[in-house]
Design a protein around this ligand. Sequence first.
Ligand SMILES: *Cc1c(COP(=O)(O)O)cnc(C)c1O
Length: 404
Amino acid sequence: MSLPILNRDVFDQVMVPTYAPAPMIPVRGEGSWLWDQQGRDYVDFAGGIAVTCLGHAHPHLIHVLTQQAQQLWHLSNWFTNEPALRLAQKLCNLTFAEKVFFANSGAEANEAALKLARKYAHDHGNGQKRDIIAFHQSFHGRTLFTVSVGGQPKYTVGFDPLPGRIIHRPYNDLAACAEVMSKACAVIVEPIIGEGGVICGEADFLRGLRALCDQHQALLIFDEVQTGVGRTGTLYAYQGLGVVPDILTTAKGLGGGFPIGAMLTTTAIARSFGIGSHGTTYGGNPLACAVAEAVLDLVSEPTLLQEVTRKHHRFVSGLQAINDRFRVFRDIRGRGLLIGAELAEPWRGHALAWMANAQIQGVLLLAAGPDVLRFAPSLIIPDDVIDEGLARLAHTFAQHLDSI
Ligand SMILES: *Cc1c(COP(=O)(O)O)cnc(C)c1O
């Protein structure tokens, strides 16, 4: 058997070492299955980090992408294009939004949101209100501004000087937030903290933030980059919470695997982004927008969204059964198909090791910090594939631990 020419060693030779990817290299995907160079199969519970919300190689997305590829790839924002207009109309019809700004990633959508909040305060006689309130453990992207707004110091070490006037408070602690609102132009919050540990925002906390923002003329920004596009069982998580933000950012699942981000807001707020005040070369790219429109059409179907909640229960029961056998988790939480399983002693700190072990048994997971296994599979993952992946996960624990 001849060895593949491209193997994991090539990564270390030619790639900037910001990542330590898995030893195997996937080459093909279909639905919730992936195959590596050696033809081994994997159940995909990672979903490209909550991105491939319709799985791999979805026939309708392939059709729309290849159709668009034969029409028009790119224009720049000196021109508008039909896919971008259609997608913006759909986002406005399906959410609180009246205006949309397209970007290429979650970080860029957040960068736009944060800049807009500062500009809006400036334009409305609140030029002294510069503070951005954010939360410990939150994640908003890796540009210098968004990484500074994120609440995880490990991501800013060595990158100083950082942008100023950013204040971090404990998540789910409304009183702590109230103390610092007087000079705030915006509060930015994930309805469920994703990357930082799958921590659900309490409804009272998120509603309380809405009231605080109203009281202090600050804008409420929901970072739904991870929770959006059906992930929690409603198209956007805010729709299941009864709290409407002023600005919402969406990316990850929006393109189903094609890079795109968007910032949604109202007409009144959007006015502060006048001609020339912000921009992007690729934002609103026809290929990305055509695919995202197809994703939205499929994901906004009520039956698909109901299924997400049903699959949540199946997934969580499966994890509970694993826990009954091995006592590896101290908490299983999340909403829809964004699920976290927090490791119990003595496995705390070892999420990456369990991910690697699971991979060897043919199931791909994510971590959310050192203590939490995270699951963000396709929203249309079939029940039998959920069961197969969980069986492989159970087998992973059985290889290393005695059952109780
Ligand atoms: C992933 C993520 C981002 C960053 O998105 P990128 O596309 O990686 O820039 C921002 N916010 C949240 C909540 C995320 O999960």
